[in-house]
Design a protein around this ligand. Sequence first.
Ligand SMILES: [Cu+2]
Length: 129
Amino acid sequence: MKNSTISKIVGVILLAGVCEIGLVSVPSTIDLTRASDEPKVIEISAKKFEFTPSEITLKKGEPVILRLSSSDRVHGFMSKPLKIDTDIPNDTTKDVAITPDTAGNFTVICDHYCGTGHGNMKMKVTVVE
Ligand SMILES: [Cu+2]
């Protein structure tokens, strides 16, 4: 870039003030790409006999990482339509990457027997378009 061009740009920035400086200095392309490349992480914790949060909303086609943990014992985490079938250990977190391909309401259940309330241990997953 020629010096004269640079001083013209600097002049414009100085005249236009803080707002313009903000706009000029944003490396928009790089930041936006990085943001969309990294899937959102949703933390879900399990204990007898519930998942917290008990309800999440995902976007169809948008990859997410479900970071699962348990505070008491091993639990299951299963939903056939969402293609999830895993156990949640109670000594470490477990990451499950999913990209929902169908919109709708789904239920994740604990399919690892964990006690008398086990049958009602569920989480609602809503996938929106
Ligand atoms: Cu269970």
